[in-house]
Design a protein around this ligand. Sequence first.
Ligand SMILES: Nc1ncnc2c1ncn2[C@@H]1O[C@H](COP(=O)(O)OP(=O)(O)OP(=O)(O)O)[C@@H](O)[C@H]1O
Ligand SMILES: [Mg+2]
Length: 342
Amino acid sequence: MNKIERGREFMSKNAVRVVSSSTVRVSAGEDCVKPEASDAFVLSPYVEQVTQRALAYLVAGYPVHFSGVAGTGKTTLAFHVASMLGRPVTLVHGDDEFGSSDLVGKDSGYRKNKVVDNYIHSVLKTEEEMKSLWVDNRLTTACERGEILIYDEFNRSRPEANNALLSVLSEGILNLPKLRRSGEGYMSVHPEFRAIFTSNPEEYAGVHKTQDALMDRLITIQLEHYDRDTEILIVTRKSGLPREDAERIVDIVRELRSFGVNNNRPTIRAGIAIGRILASQHRRANGGDIFFQMVCRDVLATDTAKITRGGQPVMMQKVEEVIHKICGPARPAKEKGKEVRQ
Ligand SMILES: Nc1ncnc2c1ncn2[C@@H]1O[C@H](COP(=O)(O)OP(=O)(O)OP(=O)(O)O)[C@@H](O)[C@H]1O
Ligand SMILES: [Mg+2]
């Protein structure tokens, strides 16, 4: 055997053989939640009525979409309705940087198995098995396991990032083209999979126009600010203040909401914040209390500070006027056996 022949024989004995190359789907692991209503959750007639409507649509197999301005309870209602369905809940937040892989999943590298057989010292056999790894993302997991998907503020994602949802919601099929080679290119959606969406109006900063095709597949419940009674109950429960104080705070907030160019602010969040600050300082909503007046100014005047008269923000003055109108003159320091610090 000459030198060249010996070389060829060595090469053939020591060849690296790739025996297979495939794609393996890997689950991202358990990350669903089971929401439960907290003690502070308010189930007023309005909340109950919206919940019943949403549940009826979901039970009939339709995705529900809560739409409304900030602070109208969209996210809270989505969780509440999801909890009523008694199934695990997967939560996704809309994001401008989302691509479709952030919903369905993506390749996450390779797994390589190498078998080196050097039993006969002059022969080296190497076999390699290449597997590309695919990690499911939350939409895929929810569709497979029949979970409830809450897609909060879905219109913060660019419309094309939500394309995968179109076939999920109408045909019950999740398209995973990158898994075609492993025979998992189309996945049937679990019959108990349901989706709840929330969105803010299109004129909000950082919000995209919604796709008509997606909107056409959803049943949209337009939410307004809660009625006065519900707002009072929420402030009472969330702050621990007596009802009469919550009433005053809510009336101030509602009065200011009807004033100025942006009549969606201040929201219930401002009411809750004032209530909690007062409660934590053992104070009451007393119109004559300087601390209460300052808290109201700081919390309520920020949103509408842009409205000016003669270069001065008119909201400061307006807050004072409204406090005076709602609370009347200062009350005595002792009231119903409770101390009121001035
Ligand atoms: N039924 C309720 N019981 C108790 N608190 C509530 C209820 N509904 C809403 N809230 C409270 O009101 C505030 C606003 O609600 P939420 O965050 O759900 O509004 P949103 O419409 O999702 O607002 P955004 O558009 O800013 O996300 C929160 O502090 C929430 O805890
Ligand atoms: Mg929200």
